[in-house]
Design a protein around this ligand. Sequence first.
Ligand code: S3P
Length: 169
Amino acid sequence: MKNIALVGFMGTGKSTIAALLSKKLQVGYVDLDRKIEEKEGMRIVDIFSQKGEPYFRKVEKDIVAKIFRRENKIIACGGGVVLDDENVESIKKSGFMICLEATPEVILKRTKSYKHRPLLNVGDPELKIYELLKKRKPYYAKADYTVDTSGLSTHEVVSVILSWLEGKT
Ligand code: S3P
């Protein structure tokens, strides 16, 4: 099976949906952020504060290159993976790149009680969400398929994705 990579902004449900898809399709599931934390022996938030975002992006890129060399996996990507063209190329070469999206209001609601996302640990997370979404729009638009998760349950998102995949195989 080709890889199924889930990309999209923070709080769009990539990890949850990847785990559910993995169960449904009976294939392994990888969370890139967890891989980065394992490799570095640190939490993402500490990598950002102690080593900086460019260092994080470099580690992220190394992990993407390694993970996407193989097929047969569901992969939940961090929200910024698509900012690097070579990352997008590796993802698309190995399978499908599916983007999960949600409205800024839903993203704010889903992310506001968690502090593990360094980019949103700012005075005005709502403004930051708007700014980042605007900047990243063209990058997320490179996906093969996009699902707006705003009004959907996790099970609905999974079935929308499975229906789309059926048409592809
Ligand atoms: C990031 C998203 C995070 C994590 C890091 C940077 C981003 O992953 O990789 O904090 O640039 O959007 P999630 O999208 O899984 O929260």
